[in-house]
Design a protein around this ligand. Structure first.
Ligand code: FE2
Ligand code: FE2
Length: 263
């Protein structure tokens, strides 16, 4: 994990990265919203748990957290969830009901601490309203992003993610062409269904986000992006008709293994 950094006076990023052999790095971010009722958005990757908890504790006493908002139950978002529920006894777990039920097949989710949300539902965080918004791209049916009306930020879960060459704290530090390529590739690979969707219908989902007019996009898989919403939506509009990206195959794995052996 990298060191946490502030992206707004009341929002902190807990950044990590996952190497994608031959392609670059996938950012894996969680966030702390220092609202009147403090919120943790997602809980990182399991391989980072120790570092994740230390990073979180450097920002806030977990006992002060009132909400843990899980955007979906994929492993790169639930990594420290059990540790967190222990360390933050005053926090409720805000998540989609299906995510909670799916996780309940693996561990005992404390149901009395759960708060079920569907797109359009919201939680009061004291000084702001956090509304569940389904992003236009999602790789898991339980996905709910968050629109924060105070900071005018959209926490977009996996949507707007991109494989990038190296860690940065601002998306403007990635060359535009590389970023577009990384975002298109991720969108296609992580959401293969998008190529089966009518571009007009997909456009309506993009329009929904345009109308929210978020000034900042905080994706789990992208460095923070300010003033980029229109540009990103225009780019994603081209994904359904683009050539599908294929995940690396056995040949690629053999190359990676050979490189590792050569080191
Ligand atoms: Fe996901
Ligand atoms: Fe993810």
């Amino acid at each position: 994990m990298d060191k946490p950094y502030q992206v707004m006076p009341d929002i902190v990023v807990l950044p990590s990265y996952f190497p994608v052999p031959g392609a670059g790095l996938l950012p894996v971010n969680a966030f702390v919203i220092k609202a009147a009722e403090p919120v943790l958005v997602d809980t990182g990757m399991g391989i980072d748990t120790e570092d994740f908890m230390n990073a979180l504790e450097s920002i806030i006493d977990p006992r002060d957290l009132r909400w843990v908002w899980l955007t979906h139950d994929d492993a790169d978002h639930t990594g420290s969830l059990l540790k967190l529920l222990e360390a933050a006894p005053g926090a409720l777990l805000a998540a989609n009901s299906l995510a909670v039920l799916r996780m309940s097949t693996a561990w005992q989710v404390p149901m009395q601490r759960v708060y079920w949300l569907n797109p359009g539902d919201s939680i009061p965080a004291g000084d702001r309203k956090l509304t569940a918004v389904r992003p236009p791209l999602f790789d898991n049916p339980t996905t709910i992003g968050i629109f924060d009306n105070k900071s005018e930020t959209f926490f977009s879960a996996d949507c707007f993610g991109a494989i990038i060459p190296s860690p940065v704290q601002n998306v403007d530090d990635v060359a535009e062409e590389i970023l577009a390529q990384g975002m298109m590739g991720w969108a296609s690979m992580d959401n293969p269904w998008v190529h089966m969707v009518d571009p007009g219908i997909f456009g309506q989902a993009l329009e929904g986000i345009r109308q929210l007019t978020p000034k900042t996009i905080l994706s789990a898989h992208l460095p923070p992006a300010r003033g980029k919403t229109g540009q990103f939506l225009d780019l994603l509009a081209t994904v359904p008709a683009s050539t599908p990206s294929a995940a690396p195959n056995q040949q690629a794995l053999e190359q990676v293994l050979a490189q590792m052996k050569g080191r």
